[in-house]
Write a protein that binds this ligand. Sequence first.
Ligand code: MSP
Length: 517
Amino acid sequence: MSPTYYITTPIYYVNDKPHIGHAYTSLACDVMARFKRLDGYDVMFVTGTDEHGQKVEKASLAADLDPQSFTNIVSQNFWDLACLMGFSQDDFIRTTETRHIAAAQSLWCLLRNNGHIYLDYYEGWYSINDETFYSEADVKNLAGQHIAPTGAIVERVKNPSYFFDLSRWQEKLLAFYEANPNFIAPESRRNEVIGFVKGGLRDLSISRTNFKWGIPVPDDEKHVMYVWLDALTNYITAVDFPKVTSKYTQYWPADLHIIGKDILRFHAVYWPAFLMGAGLEPPKRVFAHGWWTNDGKKISKSIGNVIDPIALIRTYGLDPVRYYLMRDVPFGSDGHFLEPSIIKRMTSDLSNDIGNLIQRVLSMVAKNFASTVPIPGKFTSEDIALLASANALLVVVRRHFDNQAFHKGLEEIFYVIKYANKYVDDHAPWALRKSDYERMATVLYTLVETIRYIAVLLQPIMPTSCAKMLDQLAVPVNARSFNQLATKCRLVPGTRLPKPESIFPRWVEPRGVLDID
Ligand code: MSP
């Protein structure tokens, strides 16, 4: 049986249309899911929408709709984005689904029955926008307006509330981080979380009575669940919790939650504490990526500097956008979103490096070998060196992807692409046609085989372009996974190849629409 791999995106708030920041988190998960599938894993990749809470209730009122109709519309936007971005999710969770409500209520009951929930009053500074309470120390009084560190307005509230006994989890959480050094990544984020937990934890208010749009607390319907307890549960809803099905036993605990750094505390502190409190296993790893900024500020709807993924894809195409997002900024760091950088990557990496390599090699093969894979003669040490560098890629790229260092994995692949281009220049196969036809065949065979490696390995990042590349090499669809990256699976000399077509055309500035009066 194949090993399993369970990966999740955060579930997205449905208070507005998706932007590039949302697309980014899901893209990273999609890349990871595709990589693992190609590497022989039985993958489950889950995404979805977070549909409860006061923010959504307010947004639906503003749109003059009931919350359910409102969330149906906005959730659809996230579904459409997933289709447009080519995401390969196996499940799409909506927190308003019956299966999820049952899961969240079951988790609540486990926590309550294990003695981790009690009823009290909560008085504090609450931000509707951030859906969280802030401590006295965090709140600033600016001319009578109380403001949280995020810039959100907070208001004083005192309400009956259920509490989770988070303050009792400090030692257990620290022991858990110690025993599981890979649980939080990158390293800097892990240190941040450990510092936060060492600073002491306060019990967490986990129910609300001041609005209705949420999952009712079992046996006390005046309360709805705190949206984060509700939302985090989606990760186990997707594996059939509270039923212990084969899905649950195969996929839980999740291998990886990829999230943005703004929601790390919820995933790395609250979530493992909730799960341990309920007697369930915490996930294996949480990776917090950085933010995309525009004009130096986090891209967000509230700031009003959003970048629309749909427009980007329309302009540049899907694969170049996927490549840019995964290549330009180290995963884990913040990055400035710059359209000229997309064009730069398209020109230098995609057209000049990979596009040019394929174009040169395949057109020479078509012209000189009647569109068949050339029959190689004896390989020289230089041919063997290039093939060996392609052959060595899988281990290195796997190591980087397993650490979510996607940019580093790509750097390695592009190093081999550049090496292959230099090999073309050095061996000038076009000049061998008359002088040494067999040598020409060997050089071109070495190159098509190198391209096969590159195309197989780049599939998680640029699935459509790589499918075209592999079609051009006549690699059957069932021979495109990583176990085919072995010398015994090499391209068969003499195989017929289709007519070469350009895969990464040069970027051309779109011409403006002419005004003809
Ligand atoms: N609903 C919660 C998550 C609950 S998970 C149990 C939430 N939703 S969100 O829609 O606000 O954000 C979802 C993801 O988008 C987060 O990982 C967040 O970091 C990411 N991004 C939102 N804006 C972003 C950028 N400008 N840049 C990169 N990612 C950002 O939080």
